[in-house]
Design a protein around this ligand. Structure first.
Ligand SMILES: *Cc1c(COP(=O)(O)O)cnc(C)c1O
Length: 390
């Protein structure tokens, strides 16, 4: 029997077991007894496979509408596994604003193994086409991008890739499988940092790869088992439980983000808000704008004042948690980029990224409003807690 995404996330199959538990038991075991010598027991050694990772991987595949899911020890481990399906001499096209950790992986590690990378602005399809080479085997996309929420047309880039015998991989971390389904839009590989929305509780580091193709499945499994980068038993078990609330968490976070977007859009201290809800391409390929937005202060010298007067958001890297997280790309995720290139790309000190959590959105907006007023008027008033007693 086949369930909807939402129902299958909640049901852990325990039928046939002694106790019918609501959650799958934690099989905290590295090795499994074999009844028959040379027989083919489903599980023998936990790196190669175990019940907790298997259940999680089935749910990840179903979420993305794919056939095969794989859980990794981090988003970066998942991305590494995808790149390791390539051969020396292969060429890959990546976005010029790719996630910093992915850029470090390509520049400082994979280039040593003679895999070639070209960075382009993928929102401009002509740049993707002109970057193609005879040895291009993979086009790697992130949409919307970080931190300026630029949108790449997944379907069109997929057509370009396939016409040239290359594959399309999409890092779908920001939209989650509930907001955007790249496999249905023509992607061959979907990647997640499951650390973010899929886990949602800012407690574990995990990654996922989902594919449909049988050969790709075998390749990814060989790498997961052969490099030992699969997600641990315990984190697989925890992530499976966190997935049960993904639909309700994501729905509420998106709703809250839309409120914050409308509030920031009209604020006199704000120069620009970046949220893909007004982008036609995005609206064609995604169900909503997601739960992360960017905004830029008019006066970037007030960035610290703004942060000083916030009470609710965690000021931190990462996103997708139940708590609102405010990030400052210039000093956090993008600090390694030379200032000149950073400002060329619009990553100035006034730019913030907000991952909107599950707090009461009126309280959150009141908190941001207070801090923005302080940034606007920077007075010597003593700091008071905003009053939420209404
Ligand atoms: C966080 C993140 C990653 C890396 O994932 P980790 O779980 O931190 O290894 C990759 N891509 C995107 C878009 C991310 O936000």
């Amino acid at each position: 029997m086949s369930y909807s995404k939402e129902t299958s996330l909640i049901l852990d199959s325990t039928r046939g077991q002694e106790h019918l538990s609501s959650n799958q038991p934690l099989y905290y075991s590295s090795t499994f007894h074999q009844n028959t010598l040379g027989g083919n027991a489903e599980f023998d050694y936990a790196r190669s496979g175990n019940p907790n990772r298997k259940l999680l991987e089935e749910k990840l595949a179903q979420l993305e509408g794919g056939r095969y899911g794989f859980a990794f020890s981090s988003g970066i481990a998942a991305i590494t596994a995808v790149f390791l399906t390539l051969e020396p001499g292969d060429h890959v096209i990546i976005p010029d604003d790719v996630y910093g950790g992915t850029f470090r992986l390509t520049e400082q590690i994979l280039k040593k193994f003679n895999i070639e990378f070209t960075t382009v602005d993928q929102t401009d399809l002509s740049q993707v086409e002109s970057a193609l080479q005879n040895n291009t085997k993979l086009i790697y996309v992130e949409t919307p991008s970080n931190p300026l929420f630029k949108v790449t047309d997944i379907d069109e880039v997929g057509k370009i890739a396939h016409k040239n015998n290359a594959l399309l991989a999409v890092d779908n971390t920001f939209m989650t499988p509930l907001g955007q389904s790249p496999l249905r839009l023509g992607a061959d590989i979907v990647i997640h940092s499951a650390t973010k929305f899929l886990s949602g509780h800012s407690d574990l580091i995990a990654g996922a790869v989902i594919v449909n193709d049988e050969t790709l499945k075998d390749d990814i499994y060989l790498i997961q088992n052969g490099t030992g980068s699969g997600l641990s038993v315990y984190d697989s078990w925890t992530l499976t439980k966190h997935l049960k609330t993904l639909p309700i968490r994501f729905k509420q976070c998106v709703q809250n983000t839309e409120h914050v977007y409308r509030y920031l859009r009209d604020h006199e201290a704000i120069e620009a808000v970046y949220y893909p809800i007004t982008n036609d391409t995005h609206l064609r390929q995604a169900k909503n704008g997601g739960a992360v937005l960017g905004f830029r202060l008019k006066d970037e010298s007030k960035a610290q004042t703004f942060v000083d007067h916030l009470n609710i958001p965690l000021v931190s890297v990462s996103l997708g948690g139940v708590e609102t997280i405010l990030s400052h790309p210039a000093t956090m995720s993008h600090a390694a980029i030379p200032e000149e290139i950073r400002s060329e790309r619009g990553i100035s000190n006034g730019l913030f990224r907000l991952s909107v959590g599950l707090e009461d959105v009126k309280e959150l907006i009141t908190d941001i409003d207070w801090a923005l007023k302080e940034a606007l008027y920077e007075s010597n008033r003593s700091i008071k807690e905003p009053n939420f007693s209404s």
